[in-house]
Design a protein around this ligand. Structure first.
Ligand code: ATP
Ligand code: MG
Length: 400
C-alpha cells in the first residue's frame, strides 16, 4: 500500500480501498474532527477528474452557509484556486472543469431545483441533518451510469432514518461505509483533543467522541452532583461580574425564574422563584409575575432578562414597565443541553442550595428513551429550561 505522508493512516486506508472501486453510496461516519471531511473532499476531487466533463454534479449541506464553511473553503485549499472556484450567489462552482451546483437542503427552492436534475455525482456534508425526503430524492436523481454519492456524518440516534434505512441496510444496497475516530486524526494537537473530549458529556460524548450511534436515555444531566454543584455559600467573584435573570414562563405550568451572577470563572444561580399555578390552585397574572421578577432582582443591577421566546405576553409586560432589558432566549434544545452539560461537567455552573426546585429537577429531568429522535420528557423541566436558556444564550460566550 502506498502511504501518503500528508494523510492519516485511516485516510490512507480509505484511499487504498477507493482504488479498488467505489460504491454508489460512499459514507464516512464517526467522531468530530476525525478527518472525514478532509479525505472525502480529496476523494471527491480524485473521482471527479475521471468523470465526464459535460455531466452535472452537486455539492450540498444543510445550508449554503454551512457548505461554504465546512467544505468549499477547504476544497479551495485542497484543489487549489486554479482547479476550484465558486460563487455562493450564483450557487455554482467549477472543479477541474466540471460544473458543480451548490445547494443548501434547507434553503428555499432547493428541493424543486434538484427534482429536475440528472446527476452524475453528489457530495453531502452532515447527512443526518438532511430530511429523508431530500436524501431519497437526491439518490433518485443520480441516474447517470456510474453515478456516485459521497457523504460524511457524525452519529445520531440509532432510530434516525439514515441509520435505519441506509446504514443498517448497507448489505442490500451498493453502499460503502467507513468509521473515523478522533484519535485517528494524528494531525490534531493532543492538547486540543484533550480539551475537546472534555467538552462533550453523556450521550454527546458517546456520539461525537466515541463515534457511537446511541439513544439519549436516562437522566439528561447525570453529571449533576449535589455535593459538587449545590453550594451553601456563594463564592467570591473573580471580578467583572454581571447579573442576569432567566425565565421559563408558564401560567398553569410552573413559571421558573433564576437570578445569576456571571464572571470569568463561573455562573452561579444565586436564588430563584418557582411558581406553579396548578399546584397552588391559583393562576397569576402577568403583572403578578412581574412583581415576582422585581422581587428576585431587588438589589442587583440586572444586565438583561433572558426569557422563553414564546412568552409573548410576559415579554410585552416587562417591556412596558421599561425597567429591564429583555432578550429572547435561543431555544435550540439539544445544543443548549450539550452546553449546559459541559458547564456542569467543568464545575463552572453552580446552584445555591436555596434553589430547591432546580436541584429537584436536576435529579429527575430525563430523556424519552422510547422516542424515535432525541427528545426530553416534558415534565419537571421548567427550571431546566430557564437554566438552559441562560447557559446557551449568555454563559457559554464567557465560560466556554
Ligand atoms: N490529511 C490532513 N492533513 C492535515 N490536516 C488534516 C488532515 N486531515 C484532517 N486534518 C485536520 O483535522 C481537522 C478536522 O478534519 P475534518 O474537518 O476532516 O474532520 P471531520 O471528521 O469532518 O470533523 P467534523 O465531524 O467535526 O466535521 C481539519 O480541520 C484539519 O485541521
Ligand atoms: Mg466534517
Amino acid at each position: 500500500m502506498r502511504k501518503y505522508k500528508n494523510l492519516t493512516d485511516k485516510q490512507n486506508e480509505l484511499m487504498e480501498i477507493a482504488k479498488g472501486g467505489l460504491r454508489r453510496i460512499n459514507i464516512l461516519h464517526g467522531s468530530v474532527r476525525s478527518g472525514k471531511t478532509w479525505i472525502s473532499l480529496v476523494l471527491w476531487c480524485v473521482w471527479i477528474r475521471n468523470m465526464p466533463k459535460d455531466a452535472a454534479y452537486l455539492m450540498t449541506a444543510k445550508t449554503l452557509t454551512t457548505l461554504k464553511r465546512n467544505c468549499l473553503d477547504l476544497l479551495e485549499t485542497l484543489a487549489g484556486k486554479n482547479n476550484f472556484s465558486y460563487s455562493i450567489s450564483k450557487k455554482e462552482g467549477t472543479l477541474y472543469g466540471r460544473k458543480i451546483y451548490l445547494e443548501g437542503v434547507n434553503d428555499a427552492g432547493a428541493e424543486s431545483k434538484i427534482r429536475g436534475m440528472t446527476l452524475q455525482g453528489a457530495y453531502c456534508d452532515e447527512i443526518t441533518l438532511f430530511t429523508e425526503e431530500f436524501f431519497s430524492m437526491l439518490l433518485s436523481r443520480l441516474s447517470e451510469k456510474g453515478a456516485k454519492l459521497f457523504g460524511t456524518t457524525n452519529p445520531d440516534n440509532p432510530n434516525h432514518w439514515f441509520k435505519v434505512k441506509y446504514i443498517d441496510r448497507r448489505e442490500e444496497l451498493d453502499f460503502f461505509l467507513m468509521e473515523f475516530l478522533i484519535d485517528d486524526n494524528t494531525f490534531l494537537d493532543p492538547a486540543y483533543v484533550e480539551e475537546l473530549k472534555k467538552e462533550y458529556t453523556g450521550v454527546f460524548y458517546k456520539r461525537f467522541i466515541l463515534g457511537e450511534w446511541c439513544s439519549a436515555e436516562g437522566l439528561v444531566y447525570p453529571m449533576f452532583d449535589k455535593a459538587l454543584h449545590a453550594i451553601t455559600e456563594i463564592p467570591k467573584s473573580c471580578g467583572n461580574e454581571e447579573y442576569y435573570i432567566s425565565i421559563d414562563y408558564g401560567t398553569l405550568n410552573p413559571c421558573s425564574m433564576g437570578l445569576w451572577r456571571l464572571d470569568d470563572k463561573s455562573a452561579v444561580r444565586i436564588k430563584e422563584s418557582y411558581y406553579s399555578g396548578k399546584a397552588q390552585k391559583m393562576l397569576l397574572t402577568d403583572e403578578e409575575y412581574y412583581e415576582r421578577l422585581k422581587n428576585l432582582a431587588e438589589g442587583f443591577p440586572i444586565k438583561c432578562v433572558i426569557i422563553d421566546p414564546s412568552a409573548a405576553s410576559f415579554i410585552a409586560t416587562i417591556r412596558r414597565h421599561g425597567e429591564f432589558s429583555v432578550r429572547k432566549a435561543d431555544n435550540s434544545v439539544l445544543d443548549g443541553i450539550r452546553v449546559t452539560g459541559t458547564l456542569l461537567q467543568s464545575g463552572k455552573l453552580l446552584i445555591h442550595e436555596s434553589c430547591e426546585d432546580s436541584i429537584r429537577e436536576f435529579g429527575s429531568y430525563s430523556w424519552d428513551g422510547e422516542s424515535q429522535e432525541d427528545k426530553v420528557l416534558k415534565e419537571f423541566d421548567h427550571a431546566m429550561d430557564d437554566i438552559r436558556y441562560f447557559c446557551f444564550t449568555v454563559a457559554k460566550k464567557r465560560l466556554l
